[in-house]
Design a protein around this ligand. Structure first.
Ligand code: NDP
Ligand code: OXD
Length: 309
């Protein structure tokens, strides 16, 4: 019987302990699931960032580490981790992100705040443009970025997407590489960040790249905090180069109470809730991947250590 270690914060054990056994049965693998297997006995590790497990070296027979998170920046740089690492991709996670991104894009596109907060009796007919006249850029065309880009294009937005490698996504103008970044950001009225946090993506939105956007553009970041140079963003907000930033992720989480983002009138903070990994379907993904590994099939959603995601 396979020994699977659940190495994640306490609260997640409560969420997963009933779903995982059912998922293993459905995937046809016999598993002894526990939080306290001896390291040398462990076949697979189900992992979410926490302080309890930082040294992977003693897990000598472990065949793979399966992340419950899509973003793997807190584990991929761990030099003791030599086992294959799979990130979380899951339809519920993707759907959650589509809903969060679409909602916040439409809020800004339609100028909803003005009408929600101003009910003073002043009748000013300032209709928003149609989505097709609102150039919008999604940075990152992975599982989440592509799904969001296509959902927004489906509403009618004129969507450009940017990725590391060249892509061809129906309905999306695709750009890649350094030059592509400039083309993707130039005159964009909204930018959605769905990049991983790697050495190559940190501060990708900085004073120089923010200046490429159309004046009064909107920034929406459900990716990771370090993608944005915070000082440059606040400066761009104060100067009106950026009209509003909706931010779900931060360099330090929870976002400290005295962080300027909380008090800034043109910033909306949401507490890292854009897309949540749902235990029932995430358990199925993990079990499916372990079953694949046991059949000597390549793991799905393998992290490439050299690119860091
Ligand atoms: P993927 O790994 O599937 O996709 C990442 C995308 O970013 C790919 O298109 C990749 O390009 C692109 N990329 C990476 N590095 C670069 C670079 N240097 N230059 C240009 N493009 C680059 O990730 P997901 O779509 O699954 O998730 C994206 C991120 O969303 C996660 O890493 C995580 O940080 C965040 N997230 C946030 C959540 C929240 O609740 N706020 C929930 C879940 C995820 P290429 O296609 O060429 O490889
Ligand atoms: C994730 C996240 O990476 O929740 O899954 O941010």
């Amino acid at each position: 019987m396979l020994k699977v270690l659940f190495a994640a914060p306490d609260g997640l054990w409560d969420d997963y302990k009933d779903h995982l056994p059912d998922a293993f049965v459905a995937a046809g693998v016999e598993v002894d699931l526990a939080r306290d297997h001896a390291a040398a006995d462990v076949d697979y590790i189900i992992y979410a960032p926490h302080d309890g497990l930082t040294d992977f070296a003693p897990f000598t027979r472990c065949k793979a580490v399966l992340s419950l998170w899509a973003g793997v920046e807190r584990i991929v740089t761990n030099t003791t981790l030599t086992q294959p690492l799979a990130k979380m991709v899951n339809p519920d996670l993707t759907q959650g992100m589509i809903e969060w991104v679409t909602g916040h894009v439409l809020r800004h596109h339609l100028g909803m705040d003005r009408h929600i907060t101003d009910q003073s009796g002043c009748w000013v007919q300032d209709a928003p443009p149609l989505a097709k006249d609102r150039p919008l850029t999604v940075l990152g065309l992975g599982s989440l970025g592509t799904a969001c880009a296509q959902a927004l294009a489906g509403i009618g937005f004129s969507v450009t997407g940017w990725s590391r490698t060249a892509k061809d996504v129906p309905g999306i103008t695709c750009q890649s590489g350094d030059e592509g970044l400039y083309r993707a950001l130039q005159d964009a009225q909204m930018v959605v960040l769905l990049l991983p946090d790697t050495a190559a993506t940190q501060n990708i939105l900085n004073a120089e790249t923010l200046a490429l956007l159309a004046k009064g553009a909107f920034v929406i970041n459900p990716g990771r905090g370090p993608l944005i140079d915070d000082d440059a963003l606040i400066d761009a907000l104060d100067r009106g180069q950026i009209a509003h930033a909706t931010l779900d992720v931060f360099r330090v989480e929870p976002l400290p109470q005295d962080h300027p983002y909380w008090a800034h009138p043109q910033v909306t903070v949401t507490p890292h809730i854009a897309a949540e990994t749902r235990p029932e379907t995430a358990a199925m993904e993990v079990a499916k991947n372990i079953a694949r590994s046991e059949k000597d099939q390549t793991l799905l959603n393998l992290v490439d250590r050299s690119s860091g995601y």
